[in-house]
Design a protein around this ligand. Sequence first.
Ligand code: FES
Ligand SMILES: [Fe+2]
Length: 352
Amino acid sequence: MWIRNCWYVIAWDHEIPAEGMFTRRVLGEPILVYRTEGGGLVAMQDRCCHRHAPLSRGRREGDCVRCGYHGLKFDARGICIEAPGLASIPAKTRVPTYPVVSHNKWVFVWMGDPALVDRALLPDNFSCDHPDWAYKPGYVHYDTPYLLVCDNLLDFSHLSYVHESTLGGSTAIAQAVPKIEPVPSGIRVTRHVPDVPPSPFWRSFQSFDSNVDRYFIYDFVLPGTLLMQSGGAPVGQPPGDLRGGVQLHSCQTLTPETETTTHYFFQQSHRSSIRDPAVTEAIYRGLVTAFEEDRETITAQHRNIDDRTPMLLLAMDQALVRFRRLLQQEVERERAATAAASAAPAAIGTMD
Ligand code: FES
Ligand SMILES: [Fe+2]
């Protein structure tokens, strides 16, 4: 279940080389991304229209790509401008291209109707590119459908158990009931966890001599992006006073690679000690360890799911149910719009 008229992250900006080509599959389609000599980005289907060889196995020629099989040459619009041995080039000799944009270090592709491209739908992943925040970018590949990973991010009660010795450290996280509210294109989940020991993760980059009040406030927006303020302060400090505590901002996003595999781009920015690379590295390492815990759990869950037996919905599933409902509504809206668009020419045709 995917929507197409939205932005999906295909890569971190640093993954796209200044020269050469980058390829990754999104929504089942192989996509080639490269930079033009003027610094722009091009995203085109990584499948030659002739015999379907991957264009990424060919070579760059200026802002064009030449297929490495029989030599067709395509410009940045995907139009074939050279076909060795052909007297003329059929007009349909072209490969699809996709709107592509780099925004705060994430490279996004628009997989739907180019006429509906909307930059206002780009998520506010500000801390991926902000001088007051530091982080190290991360990526995990999942052999599971992307919605299972969305489910995981929409219910932090799992921190107490999956991440008992990393991000969690207390069963109080699972016991705290989150507040769930609608936001444009998603939901906001707010969870406060008072008077708990600092997590082992926090202790890996900072020392504490008391319990802390923790908070997690995040928006989870279509198609699958988490934008989170989280942290906490020693117990007893007034609200908002984070001295001696932790302040983090995390941007995480899920891109379906295929029906059953997923790209997971993540980072967690910190605001104090931003000039200390050891802190940034410790936070990154902590997340890599924790996200491997998630991956192992979700992969085992995926293998274990029995479609003949319905899952049991519980109160803790409220956020993921609401998000899935939102996604379903968008999928149906897109289907209806596509059906209406394809019906329109037929209606005009009957008038002739
Ligand atoms: S497959 Fe690309 S030119 Fe033949
Ligand atoms: Fe997790």
